[in-house]
Design a protein around this ligand. Structure first.
Ligand SMILES: NC(=O)c1ccc[n+]([C@@H]2O[C@H](COP(=O)([O-])OP(=O)(O)OC[C@H]3O[C@@H](n4cnc5c(N)ncnc54)[C@H](O)[C@@H]3O)[C@@H](O)[C@H]2O)c1
Length: 253
């Protein structure tokens, strides 16, 4: 399937958190493929270098990258400022980073709770705080990654579910506050997307078979499918869409 072409994305400056692997890597590749200038941060420097090589092999520009732990707010905000300075501005922020570690509610101490909120909720807020003053007036976009787990509330990951629900609220609050400045803020709620991490940790053949009984579309959701929605939400084609939660789950919810 050939991805759609969005002329408004050519040259746009796009910053992505957690861009080295999984959906994040698909986002980096998809925006680079549109001729955007992409910057991203991740803990995983090795996979980020491999991604840059892969893009270079396709004749695409190497993305700007810095190894950053997004729970270090000062380092995250400095990376956004430095990318914007290097790229000559900022048009799009994509808050993609997350950690879906399972944990027992009754055995979760304040430290583990705080750490999970720091990566799954706080990073989105503090990245937006750094990005908003830099975003191009009249045309900036923020895309926040939530999850259908914010709607379904599965057991075994209460911090992730709480944080992803918070992302939906944060999206609406920022959309209302910065809409008058022409900044759009939307959330993407994916269903089960087949990434290497999901295959390694959770997506067993049995779990996938059960998932397929629950969805309307009996096919895997791929990272590129999700990236395609992000392209649309970043492009001028979606210029009157803000404050929304867009589900991409094959009809699970
Ligand atoms: N994969 C799915 O099935 C699925 C479903 C619903 C929602 N989502 C959401 O989509 C987004 C992307 O999902 P994914 O499955 O690709 O995630 P992932 O966990 O596979 O990848 C996240 C990336 O963030 C990086 N990262 C993790 N902690 C970090 C930290 N503290 N600092 C910097 N980088 C860090 C990882 O190295 C990785 O490259 C997430 O927000 C996730 O919650 C994914």
């Amino acid at each position: 399937m050939m991805p759609a072409r969005y002329p408004s994305l050519a040259g746009r400056r796009v910053f992505i958190t957690g861009g080295a692997t999984g959906i994040g890597a698909a986002l980096v590749a998809a925006f680079a493929g549109q001729g955007a200038q992409v910057g991203h941060v991740d803990l995983a420097a090795g996979p980020a270098a491999a991604l840059a090589d892969d893009l270079a092999g396709q004749g695409l520009a190497a993305p700007w990258f810095r190894a950053v732990d997004v729970t270090d707010v000062a380092a995250l905000q400095a990376a956004i400022a430095d990318f914007a300075a290097a790229a000559g501005g900022l048009d799009v922020l994509i808050n993609n980073v997350a950690n879906d570690t399972r944990h027992d509610p009754l055995a979760t101490g304040p430290g583990q709770w705080r750490a999970l909120m720091a990566v799954n909720l706080d990073a989105g807020f503090f990245a937006a705080q750094a990005a908003i003053p830099l975003l191009r007036a009249g045309g900036g976009a923020i895309i926040n990654f939530s999850s259908i787990n914010a709607l379904l509330g599965p057991a075994g990951m209460p911090a992730y579910v709480a944080a992803k629900s918070g992302i939906v609220g944060l999206t609406r609050a920022l959309a209302r506050q910065y809409g008058p400045d022409g900044i759009r803020v939307n959330a993407i709620l994916p269903g089960w997307v087949v990434t290497d991490r999901q295959l390694d940790l959770w997506l067993t053949p049995e779990a996938e078979a059960e998932w397929m009984t629950q969805v309307a579309l009996k096919q895997r959701i791929l990272p590129a499918d999700v990236a395609g929605l992000a392209l649309f939400l970043a492009a001028d084609d979606s210029r009157m869409i803000t404050g929304q939660s867009l589900v991409i789950d094959g009809g699970r919810t």
